[in-house]
Write a protein that binds this ligand. Structure first.
Ligand SMILES: Nc1ncnc2c1ncn2[C@@H]1O[C@H](COP(=O)(O)OP(=O)(O)O)[C@@H](O)[C@H]1O
Ligand SMILES: [Mg+2]
Length: 224
């Protein structure tokens, strides 16, 4: 089968005034469909920068990124947004759920953006919220559930479009050990059910060791 993600000779340089900061110097890696990968590295080593590039939120200074066979940086802004909403799911350290809305509404939003009907979207959102153990809290607002529950809702939202790949940037960084384990187990279970590739940036070695592959980012490259 084809690779889900292909990164070749990725470089990313930021300009800070007149000083160039070479954050990523030569990143090469592929991810198979359904594969789980942990990315570790010191704070400031460029982990979030790399996820932004893979997610098409920023452009590499050099190199190519193919996701599900598409060279994402050749797409127009509009195509890229559509592509992102159907191909990728994102989970962040902070949940980024909308406080004015219920869990059910928050999780349904990506499908509404794809022009599915409210009934279809909510049906599917209920299903996923049940899968992450929130079937009895559908109508709670974000402020009315715990941090771990918010993060589980964020995972349901990331997976509702059945993306080929989920990108998670320190998804358990804000949680205690028990909740972190629970979140990870849910992500791995859903990854298996849907054959979704999963890339997790984490500082937690327990989490990293549950992934099939561990990549260590050092001096702008992977030291496997
Ligand atoms: N948009 C940006 N503009 C300038 N510098 C940036 C930008 N994003 C990240 N950086 C710099 O790149 C380096 C890596 O940042 P980041 O990818 O957030 O690290 P990590 O996620 O590994 O902690 C940092 O030194 C940061 O200051
Ligand atoms: Mg980061």
């Amino acid at each position: 089968m084809n690779n889900m993600i292909e990164c070749q000779h990725i470089k990313k340089t930021f300009l800070d005034g007149k000083i160039e900061q070479h954050v990523l110097t030569d990143i090469n890696f592929n991810v198979q469909p359904g594969e789980t990968v942990a990315i570790m590295g010191a704070s400031g080593s460029g982990k979030s920068t790399l996820l932004h590039l893979i997610g098409g939120l920023d452009k590499p200074s050099a190199g190519t990124i193919n996701i599900a066979g598409k060279a994402i940086h050749t797409l127009s802004e509009k195509e890229r947004c559509q592509w992102r909403n159907t191909t990728l799911g994102f989970v962040y350290q902070f949940h980024h759920l909308l406080p004015e809305f219920s869990l059910l509404e928050n999780v349904a939003i990506p499908l509404l953006l794809q022009h599915q009907t409210i009934t279809q979207a909510e049906e599917r959102a209920k299903d996923l919220l049940a899968k992450v153990g929130l079937g009895d809290k559908l109508h709670r607002r974000i402020g009315e559930v715990s941090g771990g529950e918010r993060q589980r809702a964020a995972i349901a939202r990331a997976l509702i479009t059945q993306p080929g790949c989920v990108l998670a940037d320190e998804p358990t960084g804000n949680l205690d050990h028990d909740n972190a384990q629970k979140i990870l187990d849910i992500m791995l279970k859903l990854n298996q059910d849907f054959n979704t590739s999963l890339i997790i940036v984490t500082h937690d070695p327990h989490i990293a060791h549950k992934m099939q592959r561990l990549l260590l980012l050092e001096n702008g490259m992977f030291a496997e």
